[in-house]
Ligand binder design. Structure first.
Ligand code: AMP
Ligand code: ZN
Length: 116
């Protein structure tokens, strides 16, 4: 999609700090890291959110998850990490291109979400 910031990052049209890339996914460091490790993994193709996937997307969704452990370990999170996919309004998604957050570091990330 031409006006999507993450499509532009995957295409190299907007600069990013690359962590990994292959034929299906691109990974880069979050511009506002919330933990010592904060990497985003995105599909190269535009998928708006996890609410927009179909069975045809299973190869790229699998890749998104299968690279997480390697990216966490290579970027300072060798003893576990948290993977988050914010989805839509209720999920608090700000950028409408599907992305997996990988959060970690030497210390525990903390409680999952606050109870309301
Ligand atoms: P979400 O709230 O799940 O949509 O997360 C969007 C994430 O994208 C946030 O953590 C932002 O800090 C991050 N972000 C937005 N623009 C950029 C950018 N140009 N480079 C790297 N990370 C970005
Ligand atoms: Zn996009």
């Amino acid at each position: 999609m031409s006006d999507c910031i993450f499509c532009k990052i995957a295409a190299g049209d907007i600069p990013s700090k690359k962590a990994y890339e292959d034929d299906l996914v691109y990974a880069f460091h979050d511009i506002h890291p919330l933990r010592p490790t904060h990497v985003l993994v995105i599909p190269r193709q535009h998928i708006a959110s996890l609410a927009h996937v179909s069975a045809a997307d299973e190869p790229v969704l699998g890749r998104l998850l299968s690279v997480a452990q390697k990216l966490a370990a290579e970027n300072g999170s060798t003893d576990g990490f948290r993977a988050i996919i914010n989805t839509g309004r209720v999920g608090g998604q700000e950028v409408p291109h599907l992305h997996l957050h990988i959060l970690g570091g030497p210390e525990p990330v903390g409680p999952m979400v606050k109870k309301v």
